[in-house]
Unconditional design. Sequence first.
Length: 301
Amino acid sequence: MSTNILQVGALESEAIYIIREVVAQFEKPVLLFSGGKDSITLVRLAQKAFYPAKIPFPLMHIDTGHNFPETIEFRDRLVKELGVELIVRNVQDNIDAGKVKEETGKYASRNMLQTETLLDAIEEFGFDACIGGARRDEEKARAKERIFSVRDDFGQWDEKNQRPELFDMLNGRIDLGQNVRVFPISNWTELDVWSYIQKEEIEIPSIYFAHKRETFIRDGLIWSANDEVVYREEDEEVAERMVRFRTVGDMSCTAAVLSTATEINTIVAEIRTSTISERGARIDDKRSEAAMEKRKQQGYF
């Protein structure tokens, strides 16, 4: 048995413990679900944590309206198979209500607009713990997060309010109006997640596997040309390429990578040799050096 498989076994036990602690310490938790591999992994962990009972909290998707169709199809099928509650709140509703302003231009994206919709939903349902799939290797702003990370009554992260976490002692005590973001796989890496998907034989959206797609190149990145969401200049030439997506965020800010990996074993081998972070294909993280840090302070995750 490989060292990585043994490692993900230990990580699984740790994550299941964390998820059980969430249900024990909070009154109204929710799992933030994007349809991506990290949130799919969280769903499997939650299944194991409470088996043979059903997952005792809903899944919630903050839908930008610009998601990959393959992801939405997978999301709807998964929740139906599991018999769990799915809450969907749409960024478009906040745009229509004038709460947020639609971006325009070459790098326009709705990804940054999710924060307002998420905070509205937390208040609407009174969630006191939001389980998310952030990992330590994604971006430096995420690497320093606590497992139980306190947010104030405006949904904002305040480093002065974060309490120390000693060994496996998770402190879920919060004041009125506060809520907590919980990161059960914050100790995992991208390779760990893929190794776990491989070990558990977890189904994932087809977009993660290599496929032929109409694409174009901008700023050294490969963008999908299969839809009307991604902005494209007239002189940006479309060509068919064999690609896959390492992350499945908003289409307008998520680029593909060249790949021939059509099954899990090949993807794991590909990730082992990759020298680029998966978020290297996310243009929203490149807006400024502190882009993710700012989004965290505003309540994005």
